[in-house]
Design a protein around this ligand. Sequence first.
Ligand SMILES: Cc1ncc(COP(=O)(O)O)c(C=O)c1O
Length: 372
Amino acid sequence: MQIYLSRPDITEKEIEAVCAVLRSPNLSLGPKLKEFEDAFSEYIGTKRAVAVNSGTSGLFLCMEALGLGQGDEVITTPFTFISSATTIMMAGARPVFVDIEPESLNIDAAKIEPAITERTKAILPVEVFGNPAGMDKVCEIAEKHALVVIEDGCEALGSVLNGKKVGTFGKISTFAFYPNKQITTGEGGMILTDDDNLADMCVSLRNQGRGKGDGWLSHERLGYNFRLSDINCALGIVQLSRIEEIMAKRRQVANWYQEMLATDDRLIVPIETDGCDISWFVFVVRLAETFTQQERDRILEDMKDKEIQVSNYFPPVHLQPFISERFGYKKGDFPLTESVCERTIALPFYNNLTKDEVAIVCKTLKEVLDGV
Ligand SMILES: Cc1ncc(COP(=O)(O)O)c(C=O)c1O
């Protein structure tokens, strides 16, 4: 029996909502778009929400709306999904990496200041694996240096730090709805901001540069087709309405893993620190420092051989060949990130994973570790 890394959780309600759109004449730019955006901005607590067709397009439009480009630098973390860095590059700007803090695995706010130059325009922090730790400190540094915060909340829908929701730390922020995320629209993303000018610009940019009230064939600027269809929005509306239930299910799965793995001193198991309310995206354990990357890779293979899907979230972004070649980053530049990346194991994690399945995963992992 395969135990999957991730599975979506789609109920009859989602299926009915999608079918209702399919029976309507409004497959795109219809009423479900506004309904999804309104529900989302209300949930996060921002003035505006702009739906787009992926988290990547959302982050890229944040850069475009802010006018970032050639000659600008954006500080970010090398321990993230690739889009955090590639969207900076798509805009023509330079990603400047800063090493991570070893507990939360988020960008280390204490290391940001030395990386700031006269070309630095923005900081792009990521709540990695859903953990919001340290976002307040990043915002303090940004404010001190008059830098914009572009918050990549793609993995952290519903997370809260000291009473403040993820998505409200940045001047502009983005979420993503690929099927492994807390909520899914199949593919999709959402931009959040309190700034009407930025939101209006994103609305125009996602829709071929059309202006407010202009005709279908009038274009005010170079734009894109990053629209999210009403079919996707209908799915998103129902998923968002279930967010508390979804987060509770994921928290239960995380708690089972914590209970079953916490006492194994070969593993570092993720926990919530003071003030952090994690909306669990994935469950990533780390091997103790005594393990090598080769051993980790073998463990991943052994788990897969035993029909348990696992993954190596993430390899270091600065060492992806097209990034290291272009910007000159090399092994050793960010030792904490590199050390963490060598030892991560993402375990199967989704809403409807059962306690018995979690027990099988944990038992198998321990047996595989015994064999190393
Ligand atoms: C941190 C982070 N940023 C950006 C993205 C990009 O989202 P998408 O896959 O919807 O383009 C993801 C998606 O996995 C992510 O984890």
